[in-house]
Design a binder for this molecule. Structure first.
Ligand SMILES: [Mn+2]
Length: 257
């Protein structure tokens, strides 16, 4: 039932207790929680990360963005623009997919998801692309017009960025994913729905998950550190607190706005 991925070979023993989980030597990982259209906070956090990284020029620095870049906050287009431009000099980056990106991608293809998306934050994303957001009760024909306008205004770089988002990434003893994974299911058998949406079954699980799962999606006042997972969605769009987990060797610490 173990994932069999990752260079260390995840076994129940290798991450028992969670505290011994490590990323490979020579690497420092900066994992960033749900941005939700707050370009101001993203820029502030990236400046903090750059300052932090300046003290360790010998290390390889890697940013992992956990998804939910769009919706709710005012500058979704600006956030995608910033992320699509690539990481700051000296960093690598991977961008994971969140359920809000999935909704945006689906809406470009299928207006029937429009009402749901508009209710959970899509209005702000449309506005950020200069498309006047309709009420969630708008008829299908109106949503079709909105869809065409959004499609016309979405830069190719944004379209490519959205298409290239990954469901998860494994680094050392850690697995990074937007919402979580289904306990007891091998990674190869997990479905996108759980990667992007899962809450209770994952959050309540006390099982060893085969890796320490670093995730966003579920808002907490402060980072939530358990033996089998670390949640870092601190609700930035409303709290003004965007959180970053820093991993180096077996060390863990947090940066935030
Ligand atoms: Mn989410």
């Amino acid at each position: 039932m173990l994932f069999g991925l990752g260079r260390r070979g995840w076994t129940k023993d290798s991450v028992a207790g969670g505290a011994a989980a490590a990323v490979p030597r020579g690497l420092r990982v900066y994992a960033v929680g749900d941005v939700h259209g707050r370009l101001d906070l993203l820029d502030r956090l990236l400046a903090t990360v750059a300052d932090d990284a300046a003290s360790a020029p010998e290390l390889v620095k890697y940013l992992v963005f956990l998804g939910d870049y769009v919706d709710r906050g005012p500058e979704s287009a600006g956030v995608i623009d910033r992320l699509a431009a690539g990481p700051p000099p000296g960093f690598g980056a991977v961008h994971l997919k969140g359920n809000h990106e999935q909704a945006l991608i689906q809406f470009l293809d299928d207006v029937s998801v429009g009402p749901g998306w508009l209710k959970f934050g899509g209005r702000e994303t449309l506005a950020s692309y200069g498309v006047p957001p309709p009420p969630a009760t708008a008829p299908r024909e109106v949503l079709g017009v909105i869809q065409r306008q959004l499609s016309a205004r979405l830069p190719d770089t944004h379209r490519r960025f959205l298409a290239d988002l990954r469901p998860y990434v494994a680094i050392g003893d850690y697995l990074f994913v937007h919402a979580g994974i289904r306990p007891g299911v091998p990674l190869a058998d997990q479905g996108e729905r759980d990667f992007l949406w899962i809450r209770k079954d994952f959050l309540d699980s006390d099982e060893d998950l085969g890796a320490v799962v670093v995730h966003g999606h579920t808002i907490r006042e402060a980072p939530e550190v358990r033996h089998n997972r670390i949640g870092i969605d601190t609700g930035a769009y409303a709290s003004n607190r965007l959180t970053c987990l820093v991993l180096e060797g077996t060390e863990r610490r947090f940066l935030s706005t």
